[in-house]
Design a protein around this ligand. Structure first.
Ligand SMILES: [Zn+2]
Length: 423
């Protein structure tokens, strides 16, 4: 009898999975039957992937899965918006319009934590849903309260709840969410709780200077152990969703990398904010987040087949403090944690994001230089993969040059410009 337990549970799970898929499509606002088989696209978002850290790890062979994507696909820095931060840029990814137009201009908008009710442009997931594409999303920043889609959505950064009333750079557990739904459809909450557990929706809050003082080593180590746990839960969630609820379009985001970088970036003594008591605890704390991310990426790659397109995108990079243009530069958004690295520089080109793509029809081993790709181009390019026209007003373009056989017009234009400048 005991041996029957797990397999019986699995069959029940399989049965549970079906009604949810069926149920969610009922909520779709008119889903025209598009092509019989739609492309499968998986978008993995990495919050604040910094090339200065990625590159040496790639050289060392410490990110074998990212290396695989780079070798078998295209890679580039991604031009981001000015003073970039997560909610602002992820909402730009989704709408292809500037933050002033989509409405999510920061963590707080008019003093209120950014939320989906403030979104003034139709996001990618709604456009895809309307066109009959099945959509699955997990932990995408600024998606709280969740919106109805042709599939499922689990909110991410800026989800509010117990001990995280404003939702800013903290995280409630699934069971402690307040002020809105974190899961669509609601019926999925119980399923996730029993199969994945009561996971934290976003990365943990950074410790305050009061907590750190005199206890640096213990606080840093305990906090990092907590971060490992959050990532393990997120990876389990992603693995479960990709296995049990495969969708045409899937988007999942990791957020701990950025959080760690803000206060544990491996800086030198000449950097602003250097505190040897914190900096010496674990110089690998930040690079280790990328090594851990690479393992999560490896899990996602195992869910891909030759007809799946993978887009790996990052909203911005993160650099040690180097301009005093922000009055709160030594504190995080909550004003309690001493921050030694940041990304909301006035000039977004200081901290470009990143773009990787791999899949059928995509060039192999091609790196694009300069900043020919921007955060505005993500939505039009994803819509293009499904044969859907960009929505009117979208600022971005389809990144045609990532596809094999297309002319490198953009790159040529860039090099001509450079040549002209040199003359
Ligand atoms: Zn950040």
């Amino acid at each position: 009898m005991k041996r029957l337990g797990p397999s019986l549970l699995l069959s029940l799970l399989a049965l549970c999975a079906l009604p949810i898929a069926a149920q969610t499509s009922d909520h779709t606002p008119s889903a025209p039957a598009a092509k019989a088989s739609r492309p499968r696209v998986i978008v993995i978002g990495m919050n604040g992937a910094e090339w200065d850290i990625l590159r040496p790890l790639l050289v060392r062979g410490d990110m074998p899965n990212l290396k695989k994507v780079i070798d078998n696909g295209v890679s580039a820095k991604l031009k981001t918006v000015d003073s970039p931060n997560c909610p602002k840029v992820y909402s730009t990814f989704a709408t292809s319009v500037p933050p002033s137009e989509h409405g999510i201009t920061g963590f707080l908008v008019g003093g209120i934590p950014a939320n989906t009710n403030m979104l003034k442009k139709e996001p990618l997931w709604s456009i895809l849903s309307k066109n009959g594409v099945t959509v699955g999303m997990a932990n995408v920043p600024a998606t709280f309260p969740v919106m109805p889609v042709n599939g499922y959505m689990i909110s991410g950064m800026l989800t509010r709840g117990k001990d995280c009333e404003d939702g800013v750079l903290c995280a409630p557990k699934l069971s402690e969410v307040q002020g809105g739904d974190a899961v669509y459809p609601k019926a999925m909450v119980a399923e996730l709780e029993s199969n994945v557990g009561d996971f934290l929706i976003d990365c943990s809050r950074m410790p305050s200077s009061a907590q750190l003082n005199g206890n640096e080593e213990k606080v840093v180590k305990d906090w990092l152990a907590g971060v490992d746990q959050v990532r393990a839960q997120q990876a389990r969630l992603f693995d479960y969703l990709l296995t049990r609820h495969p969708t045409d379009f899937t988007m999942m985001v990791q957020s701990c990398e950025d959080r760690v970088g803000h206060w544990l970036y491996p800086i030198q003594p000449f950097h602003a904010g250097y505190n040897p008591k914190v900096a010496s605890v674990d110089v690998n704390a930040f690079p280790n987040q990328y090594r851990a991310f690479d393992k999560v990426l490896g899990m996602v790659l195992r869910h891909m087949d030759e007809s799946t397109t993978l887009l790996l995108i990052s909203d911005h990079g993160i650099k040690p403090l180097r301009y005093s243009e922000d009055p709160h530069m030594h504190m995080d958004h909550g004003g309690t944690t001493p921050v030694i690295a940041k990304h909301d520089y006035d000039d977004g080109d200081e901290v470009p994001g990143s773009f990787f793509a791999m899949g059928p029809g995509i060039r192999k081993g091609r790196q694009f230089f300069g900043l020919p790709f921007t955060v505005y181009d993500i939505a039009p390019t994803i819509l293009h993969l499904y044969g859907i026209q960009p929505a009117p007003g979208m600022r971005g373009r389809v990144l045609n040059e990532i596809f094999a056989g297309s002319p490198d017009t953009q790159i040529k234009a860039q090099s001509q410009q450079t040549e002209m400048r040199h003359h």
